[in-house]
Write a protein that binds this ligand. Structure first.
Ligand code: BGC
Length: 709
């Protein structure tokens, strides 16, 4: 699509200073409606007559810009005033011109916009970006996503400088496709204290992605300087090493008087801030953490009789909020924050049990398809920003995520939109492998961060060719099913799948690790599920009982146990509180989900700072199991036109309640251990197949109570 306007940029470069594009105009007649269409090379905040336009934070979001650059359209009718009006757009580097995202580091802060005003007399006036616009320096002297923001509250721009036209294509422009990012939560500071190192630190009690708003009484020239951190070290001191090169600093120069400030064009991942400089005596009530996130509707709720699990669930919700920032990012704090495909794939199902992520993933998958190589290779992260490599279980996001979205939301059009991309991915594996019907001879991330990793390695000890070939089988199977749904001939993929299974069985007759057993069970590769499940249970018991799995094995581990006769052991792992477990981190004070099982060990020591995020949602994928297996809610028809309800209670939780808002209404499954037995509570707005103790009954929409032993 095109905008009837020109790309413009400051005629004289402003260095690090964020430019504010301005355009003044007169309104002389009655207005019936007005819309502003705008996007920038960076991120922007637009305002009309000093009042913010819309509530989109970090617009235009992050896409594969060279192919798909979103623009936004705002209804600004109510913001116009008779007489003189002034439109302003403040532009920061954002993803487009940041250290990772930049297509070309020398690019200027470009803007393209068109204000269209319809008058009551039927005439229309357009104000496109062109050489009649001006640009001023703004109070924001520096802004970038990893290093933070520097603002000068005392700076008053005077000079309006010329702009120049930029010769740039409009072919990549598309209307906003994803959810906008907005301010979602305000978390008030819980306490302010002095650390043993003598530093003044504010604790918000919750890790968020966003920024701090502070109120300060200062004199012109007074400096506020704030650092961000996720955790305190074992001595109670502020710890920033795990941010690596991301400086994550907020600097503000005061004007005279009381003033309130928050950053405009950046974000941080943090729970604590350190006041490196702050005039006067800071008080906790002067600080609010504003959490930003893609504006997804919350659709799921989980509550149980286990308080630690309940806190873990809250951590998963916060982890999703803080990493679904237009792109599903691995983490929000260090010098990374990329749309890692593996992490997204691992968490997609859980994500859909928590929030409505249909639109969010539709947009990201469009970027994935746009970034795919002609060979079908799916770069490890999306947007790819030049990444040329792929890995099994990472690139597989190309098939796993669209299929999951289809199961969760039932939209065939979304699946059809990804069909070519899905086929290309499976085709790519076929062309990259050394051995037909397997995926061998390529490098992968393996069972990333598995606890059975050899010393010095991030990769668990499961064989890479094993994992890659197993995911190849899964991808072919998903593609065959997709063909069926879309009504096209899928026999080629059905046959491919069978060939992979056959060859896999010959090549990998034994399974060496927890993850290998898990994967063989999950993808239907073992010829003898009962003995594989017994082997898995044995490995788990021998280890503790404990898990040893990483990114690949963990999301499926409790399914592999639960669905093959070892629900008891699955619950034991779920409820386990000592290291390694999901709940260990809760007892160590986690408020989001850790990247490593031992991000902080029992002694309070950290995993090395080179890769230690305390806000990585991947292991939160166990909540999918709580919803689907423990509470038993899964779609019988994609999109929940019919639901399967097969709760698997366990007395160690005491009780469990899961609700899920679907298109047809809210589905609820609860079970409660009470004196004398078990009570099940079911509410379904759609026909349901209820399975209890191995017996399935058909339920019409309604509310039900059942009692069991
Ligand atoms: C990221 C992970 C990602 C991985 C790939 C890391 O740096 O944070 O979550 O999946 O690289 O192995």
């Amino acid at each position: 699509m095109t905008i009837n306007a020109n790309w413009i940029a400051p005629a004289t470069p402003m260095g690090d200073v964020c430019p504010r594009f301005v355009r003044s105009f007169e309104i002389e007649k009655a207005v019936s409606s007005a819309t502003l269409t705008v996007t920038v090379m960076g991120v922007y905040e637009a305002s009309l007559n000093g009042e913010r336009i819309g509530d989109y934070v970090l617009a235009p979001g992050w896409t594969a810009y060279h192919r798909r650059h979103q623009f936004q359209t705002y209804d600004v009718t109510a913001q116009l005033i008779p007489g003189k009006n002034r439109l302003a757009v403040l532009v920061g580097k954002g993803w487009y011109r940041g250290p990772w995202g930049s297509i070309d580091k020398t690019l200027p802060a470009g803007l393209i916009a068109c204000l269209e005003i319809s008058y009551a007399d039927g005439t229309v006036q357009t104000i496109p970006s062109d050489e009649s616009w001006k640009v001023t320096e703004s109070q924001i002297r520096f802004s970038e996503l990893y290093n933070g923001e520097t603002a000068d509250g005392s700076f008053v721009p005077t000079e309006e400088l010329p702009v120049m036209l930029l010769d740039r294509t409009q072919e990549n422009l598309i209307p906003q496709q994803g959810e906008k990012i907005t301010e979602q939560n305000r978390v008030h500071a819980k306490r302010i204290f002095t650390t043993p190192a003598g530093e003044t630190v504010v604790d918000f009690g919750q890790e968020v992605t966003g920024y701090v708003q502070f109120t300060v009484t200062g004199q012109a020239g007074d400096a506020v300087e704030i650092s961000h951190a996720e955790v305190l070290d074992k001595n109670g001191n502020f710890y920033t090493e795990n941010y690596r090169s991301a400086k994550a600093k907020l600097r503000y120069t005061c004007r005279d008087g009381v003033q309130t400030y928050k950053p405009h064009l950046t974000f941080f991942g943090f729970r604590y801030i350190r006041l490196d400089s702050f005039p006067g005596t800071p008080k906790a009530q002067d600080f609010v953490a504003i959490a930003v996130s893609s504006d997804m509707r919350r659709t799921g709720r989980v509550r149980s009789g286990n308080r630690t699990l309940n806190r873990f669930y809250e951590n998963v919700i916060w982890g999703q909020r803080s990493n679904f920032l237009d792109v599903p990012t691995d983490c929000p704090q260090r010098d990374e924050r990329l749309g890692w495909t593996g992490d997204a794939q691992v968490f997609a199902k859980t994500a859909a049990y928590n929030f409505n992520v249909k639109k969010f993933f539709r947009k990201w998958l469009s970027d994935l398809a746009a970034e795919q190589f002609p060979s079908g290779l799916v770069p490890n992260f999306i947007p790819a920003i030049g990444e040329k490599y792929t890995s099994a279980a990472w690139g597989d996001a190309a098939v796993i995520v669209p299929w999951q979205m289809y199961l969760s939301y039932g939209d065939k059009a979304d699946l059809a939109a990804q069909f070519e991309s899905m086929k290309a991915w499976v085709g790519y594996i076929g062309s990259a492998t050394k051995d037909e019907f397997l995926w061998t001879g390529c490098g992968h991330f393996g069972d990333w961060l598995g606890l059975d990793a050899p010393a010095g390695s991030y990769k668990g000890s499961s064989r890479e060719d094993f994992i890659a070939s197993a995911f190849y089988a899964n991808a072919a199977d998903i593609l065959a099913r997709t063909c069926e749904v879309l009504g096209v001939d899928g026999s080629e993929y059905r046959t491919l799948h069978q060939n992979i299974v056959n060859k896999f069985r010959l090549t990998f007759p034994t399974y060496l690790t927890q993850t290998e057993n898990v994967v063989a069970l999950t993808f239907g590769l073992t010829p003898d599920p009962a003995s594989t499940a017994a082997d898995l249970a044995e490995l788990v018991r021998k280890a503790g009982p404990s898990l040893r799995t990483g990114f690949v094995g963990t999301p499926y581990l409790l399914y592999a146990l639960g669905e093959n006769g070892y629900a008891d052991l699955a619950y034991e792992l779920l409820c386990k509180e000592d290291y390694p477990s999901w709940l260990f981190q809760v007892n160590r004070g986690a408020t989001t989900v850790w990247e490593h099982w031992d991000g902080m060990n029992e002694a309070g020591d950290f995993w090395s700072p080179d890769m230690n995020s305390f806000n990585h949602y991947a292991y939160g994928s166990v909540i999918g199991w709580v919803c689907e297996f423990a509470a038993g809610i899964s779609p019988a028809i994609p999109g929940y036109a019919e639901v399967n309800l097969a709760p698997h209670p366990d007395s160690r939780l005491g009780w469990l309640e899961v609700s899920l808002e679907t298109e047809g209404g809210e589905i609820f499954s609860g079970w409660y251990y009470e004196q004398g037995g078990l009570r099940y509570e079911i509410r379904t707005p759609v026909p349901a197949n209820l399975t209890l103790n191995g017996r399935t009954v058909r339920l019409a929409p309604g509310s039900y109570l059942f009692f069991g032993e």
